[in-house]
Ligand binder design. Structure first.
Ligand code: HEC
Length: 459
């Protein structure tokens, strides 16, 4: 397990990280007490930080809990851990930390969950006075890379000029257009984003524009970039990357690439938080070209459901499914809802009726949105079906409800609106670009199927 990649487990094509653990986690709706732990206590008073607890914290927490990272304090020394031992025991028992939201399911890349034994051990150590033990027993801290996580990019693009974020007002979605001017299509294996100013950059999405529309919007809007509220204002030719705190772009496996059409403009959409004083930002994007020949294109499909959540409804449920029109290999899935979302489950049904769980987030938290990449990519034959089921709580009793009293909530870009999406990242089995075998755009096919389905749902 490599927890530093925790949030970055969606491959470049599927990276749509939208929210950030910037503020403290939202108040948590009441949930049942944690189930009893499968833990055999160690002999009394033998557990020490150096020998027993540090290995757990260094492996599972220090990726975020160290200087310069997203968490508010470090957990890299005895002093760090000892003074908050009780809180640590509490958050690990509730499984609030590490922030891994998926229930156990198929094995995921970089899965970051403590075992019952590790949790029991931290609890016992805390209860017995959080002893240090012999510092000579301390394991080495894992090596955390600085700078570009994927190494020096092949090409670094940056916002054409710095953007000044005002001190006050409402959040800003600013879009910056960066021309690429390649004269031929390129294949990317990763897109890594370096936010210029972490105090105000909440999240970043990277879109492609081949229509020229983004440039027009930019020309019409004074100052750097152009403002939208949520959307990008043009028909995106694809989303190729994203960033939220803690998020690390991962390279596609050899043979799989994200297509960058010639002459495309890269449009960086940056969501800025305002923090009470003016700040400037100049965010960078690193492009990594595929080194090995690309045989298959990384594709992304948003499986969505219409939503129309009545005010006060504590248990609003929707289901949406789509047919799989040809043999595909699913590589990751990323659920997305806003503040009222409570639970999302995504599963596949094979042609013989077998159900394959893909992901289940039983306690949705807007602050921790992650993509889940399968250790073993999931083969879905033609005729399978992918289904999402989601549940929302729009009652006054939900402490995360942004409206008091509750209001009817529909689909929309603002955080206080809702969404219901699972981004599916896949490749098409019949495609072999190295052998000249192309496939009709399955994404278009699926989108049409999705639109037809939505129409039906609306009627
Ligand atoms: C992916 C990054 C990440 C990882 C991994 C992570 N944390 Fe955190 N942690 C955060 C952030 C960000 C916060 C502050 C926001 C919040 O509370 O959600 C936080 C907050 C905390 C808090 C304060 C909670 C409170 O209510 O005051 C504790 C204690 C904590 N983490 C312990 C741990 C422990 C122990 C681990 C490992 C077992 C761990 N964290 C792993 C990012 C992380």
């Amino acid at each position: 397990m490599n927890p530093r990649l925790l949030l970055g487990i969606v491959s470049a094509a599927a990276l749509v990280a939208l929210a950030a653990p910037r503020a403290k986690s939202n108040p948590k709706p009441a949930s049942a007490n944690p189930p009893p732990l499968a833990y055999t206590p160690r002999p009394a008073n033998t557990l020490t930080f150096s020998k027993d607890v540090a290995p757990v914290l260094f492996q599972n927490c220090a990726s975020c809990h160290r200087a310069g990272e997203v968490a508010p304090f470090a957990l890299t020394s005895y002093a760090d851990a000892a003074k908050r031992a009780k809180t640590i025991a509490d958050v690990v028992e509730k499984r609030a930390m590490p922030p891994w939201k998926a229930a156990p399911g198929p094995a995921y890349v970089d899965e970051c969950r403590l075992t019952d034994d590790q949790i029991g051990l931290i609890k016992q150590w805390t209860a017995e006075g959080a002893k240090e033990g012999n510092p000579a027993d301390l394991p080495a801290l894992p090596k955390f890379p600085d700078g570009w996580r994927n190494g020096e990019p092949d090409l670094v693009l940056e916002m054409p000029e710095p953007f000044t974020v005002p001190a006050e007002g409402r959040d800003i979605y600013q879009n910056f257009v960066i021309p690429t001017s390649f004269t031929e299509d390129k294949w990317l294996s990763a897109v890594e984003i370096h936010p210029g100013n972490r105090r105000v950059v909440h999240h970043v999405l990277v879109h492609l524009d081949v229509s020229g529309k983004a440039r027009e919007l930019d020309a019409k809007d004074p100052g750097p970039g152009y403002r939208t509220w949520g959307g990008v204002g043009f028909p995106s030719a694809g989303q190729i990357g994203g960033w939220a705190p803690g998020n690390v772009a991962r390279r596609q496996p050899d043979g799989i690439g994200v297509n960058l059409p010639k002459n495309a403009d890269i449009v960086l959409q940056v969501h800025y938080n305002l923090n009470g004083k003016p700040e400037t930002d100049r965010t960078k994007v690193g492009l990594y070209f595929a080194k090995a020949p690309v045989d298959k294109r990384a594709r992304l499909f948003p499986l969505a459901s219409r939503i129309n959540i009545p005010a006060g409804d504590a248990d609003y449920r929707v289901t949406s499914s789509m047919p799989v029109p040809s043999d595909v290999t699913l590589r990751s899935v990323m659920p997305h809802m806003h503040l009222l979302g409570r639970d999302m489950r995504v599963f596949a049904t094979l042609p013989d009726g077998t159900e394959l769980p893909l992901v289940h987030v039983p306690d949705w938290d807007f602050n921790w949105q992650m993509g889940y990449a399968f250790k073993e990519p999931v083969k879905l034959p033609r005729g399978s079906k992918v289904t999402l089921e989601a549940r929302y709580d729009n009652s006054a009793a939900n402490p995360r409800n942004p409206n008091s009293p509750p209001k009817p909530v529909r689909w929309g870009e603002q955080t206080t609106d809702e969404m219901c999406l699972a981004y599916l990242n896949f490749t098409v089995d019949a495609e072999s670009l190295t052998q000249g075998k192309t496939v009709p755009s399955i994404t278009d096919y699926l989108r049409k199927a999705g639109e037809a389905r939505k129409k039906k749902q609306d009627n």
